[in-house]
Design a protein around this ligand. Structure first.
Ligand SMILES: [Zn+2]
Length: 458
């Protein structure tokens, strides 16, 4: 993909490198100070997670979250709050149960991968074959026919501990997406992965699989790390491991839903947009506090802070609570299509996505590079007093929901809270409110609000 040049961003950077107008700095400072002293982000997150609960697309929780968030934003008397329609997948989990019939019917803890088809009603009973790579699976070929393929894919903990948790995740997760269809082409009857997790108390971590339409669809599930290790140890001893597996998820017809869009219109350049976004949907196993209730709360809270302070940004600041990031990205694409219809894509000066939890903010990823980035980081100095000075890292990918925009050349920013424990809880039954610290959530919100105001005012 060829990236266009960012004319608006370039204007910002050149001016920013010379002198940042006092007004811009002062608005960003005010937003940061106000949020750190008066944050209500945690209250917002608490209602979303504790009172509404899990919010998988198509579910009652997701619909309630749309209604509630819209009402919260409307109560702020912003310049516009609207729902933009999007049809979303509607997948329902059902029963998930497994035992090792070869080893005294020991219970195995697992969870279906999002989008998985069901086993027959009475389940399947088959031998388990372990592979650690697609190459190894290819070498076995038809030898896995009639069997359950287990992808042993440990996450690289040295990467996680050095702060590169997202890199470690991307590497380990490829078997979750493509594993089931890859195993199906050789006649496997189900595919298992080891949960993509950096810690475990025997909690399985879900996430979407992607079926290749050319292959038969077989069920896919994630073992808890402990159960994955058990299966591995038994197989390593040369024992025959035979599993009984029952999964009864269902894919219902697509359901109508919405992205929630709210904006404070620019006082000088209302047609130019700085977007802040997170996703309102979550997985169904928990209440999605870190993924991505926190991001949704940061966006709602940013609008509250700007409105209460009476900040009138020069450009429009638009908050988007995306629907269906987790199992389809339909909201991200629907937003892009609606914006394209309004001929607004090039009017997006920058997009800021927050979908990486709410631990202490350590920096942002950005599509800016080289001297443009160096100049920008000088202009963004007001953000450095929120926590430790922020790091700015060039990346082509700054967020999933905003990727259609950044792929089209819009300048992107992605908030990076300390990632070292994010994948301990991500997509698991443990992604609950208690994993979020109110002060850290306020720090992240201050970073989003401060950056949005800086970009909107220059
Ligand atoms: Zn997320």
């Amino acid at each position: 993909m060829i990236r266009k040049t960012f004319s608006l961003a370039a204007t910002f950077i050149c001016a920013g490198a010379l002198a940042l107008p006092a007004l811009a700095q002062s608005d960003a400072d005010r937003a940061i100070d106000y949020e750190l002293a008066n944050s209500r982000a945690y209250d917002t997150l608490e209602y979303l997670t504790d009172n509404i609960g899990p919010r998988l697309s198509g579910s009652k929780g997701a619909a309630l979250a749309v209604t509630w968030a819209t009402k919260q934003l409307r109560a702020m008397k912003l310049d516009d709050v609207r729902n933009e329609p999007v049809m979303v997948p509607h997948w329902v989990r059902g029963v998930e149960r497994a035992t090792l019939v070869s080893h005294n019917d020991q219970k195995i803890v697992l969870t279906a991968l999002g989008g998985s088809v069901a086993t027959p009603e009475n389940g399947i009973t088959a031998d388990v074959v372990e592979v650690s790579s697609f190459e190894e699976l290819d070498r076995l070929g038809r030898k896995v026919a009639g069997k359950i393929v287990y992808f042993n894919n440990p996450i690289d903990m040295s990467l996680v501990e050095s702060g590169r948790a997202f890199d470690a995740y991307s590497k380990a997760v490829e078997f979750r997406g493509a594993g089931p269809s890859h195993a199906a082409q050789y006649g496997a009857v189900a595919a298992l992965i080891r949960s993509v997790a950096s810690a475990s108390l025997r909690s399985p971590h879900t996430g979407s699989l992607r079926y290749d339409e050319k292959q038969p669809k077989i069920p896919g599930a994630a073992l808890s790390v402990e159960d994955a290790l058990l299966v591995h140890r038994l197989l390593a001893k040369g024992e025959r491991v035979r599993m009984h597996l029952v999964l009864t998820p269902r894919t219902l017809p697509d359901a109508p839903s919405f992205n929630v869009v709210a904006e404070i219109r620019g006082s000088e350049r209302p047609n130019e947009i700085v977007l802040i976004g997170g996703h309102l949907d979550s997985w169904d196993l928990a209440t999605g506090a870190i993924d991505d209730g926190s991001g949704a709360a940061m966006c709602i809270e940013t609008m509250r802070v700007l409105k209460e302070l009476g900040i009138k940004p020069k450009r429009t600041i638009r908050a988007v609570l995306f629907m269906n990031e987790e199992n389809g990205l339909r909201g991200g694409h629907a937003y892009f299509d609606a914006a394209a219809k309004r001929e607004e894509i090039a009017k997006h000066v920058a997009v800021i996505e927050t979908d990486a939890g709410a631990a202490t903010p350590v920096g942002f990823t950005t599509t800016l590079e080289g001297s443009a980035l160096a100049n920008f980081t000088r202009a963004a100095a007001p953000l450095n007093r929120i926590a430790a000075p922020l790091t700015w890292e060039s990346s082509r990918h700054t967020g999933a929901d905003t990727s259609p925009l950044t792929d089209a050349g819009v300048t992107g920013f992605g908030l990076t809270p300390d990632p070292r424990h994010y994948f301990d809880f991500h997509h698991s039954p443990a992604d609950t409110l208690d994993k979020v610290d109110p002060h850290q959530l306020a720090q992240n919100t201050a970073a989003i609000a401060g950056l949005a105001v800086l970009l909107a005012n220059q």
